[in-house]
Design a protein. Structure first.
Length: 236
């Protein structure tokens, strides 16, 4: 993988516990929607590296990662980033990629697992993909749901895009699904499971639960692509 040094251009507080870092996109840097890179930041007078998915789309003129903030020194460094700071990256890498073309696709995100799927969905929006797309998104509560406003905007403008949101801590008056993605949530909202291609992204516990659902629902593994985001155990 090729190495680059890039400048931070903007820092965005996505949720109370998630931060997006915008960076210059190096000349000639190409990646597929859904891929990741190794990002290195200065931590305690040295460099620390983490694999982080791009939350930006290749159709955008910048690159971006979005990180859930934990108690780690790397997370503190992310929070302390300022425009003009240098970040080192090596990449791209990863196979949870999709550029459209399938007639029916389902995306499943748990918490910060939305990041690579945001990259894909933004790409599909920008390129006008005509396939039927469904997003099942489980998060803690509306405040902790990254990219919620953008997802609502895509839903309002694309008749082929369906969003099913679930909350662990639902707001008052909520009538939608509560908790995690379950067999029932999948079966109720994806009646044509046998015709779907599936992309799943989230913390390992969430991905494991979804894979158990797929076994119960007899969805073949060859129709599924996974991305486990480690380091967020205990987070939705």
């Amino acid at each position: 993988m090729k190495e680059y040094s890039v400048k931070v251009t903007e820092v965005i507080q996505r949720t109370p516990t998630a931060v997006s870092i915008h960076m210059d996109r190096p000349d000639g840097f190409e990646y597929d929607p859904g891929q990741w890179a190794q990002f290195s930041l200065e931590v305690n007078d040295g460099l620390e590296t983490r694999p982080l998915s791009f939350s930006s789309s290749p159709t955008e003129g910048f690159i971006e990662f979005t990180k859930g903030i934990t108690r780690s020194a790397f997370s503190r460094a992310v929070q302390e980033c300022e425009p003009g700071d240098t970040i080192h990256l090596k990449g791209p890498a990863g196979v949870l990629t999709y550029k459209g073309g399938d007639p029916k696709v389902t995306f499943m995100a748990g918490g910060i697992g939305i990041t690579p799927l945001r990259s894909i969905l933004k790409y599909l929006t920008d390129t006008g993909d005509a396939g039927l797309k469904t997003l099942l998104y489980a998060s803690r509560n509306p405040e902790e749901t990254a990219f919620l406003d953008e997802i609502k905007q895509w839903k309002s403008t694309d008749p082929n895009f369906t969003v099913v949101q679930a909350y662990e801590q639902p707001p008052e008056g909520w009538s939608g699904p509560v908790g995690f993605i379950t067999n029932e949530m999948i079966a109720d909202n994806i009646p044509d499971m046998g015709e779907q291609r599936f992309f799943v992204s989230g913390p390992p516990a969430m991905v494991g639960c979804v894979m158990d659902c797929f076994i119960d629902l007899k969805i073949p593994k060859e129709r599924v692509q996974l991305e486990e985001l480690t380091g967020y155990e205990g987070m939705v």
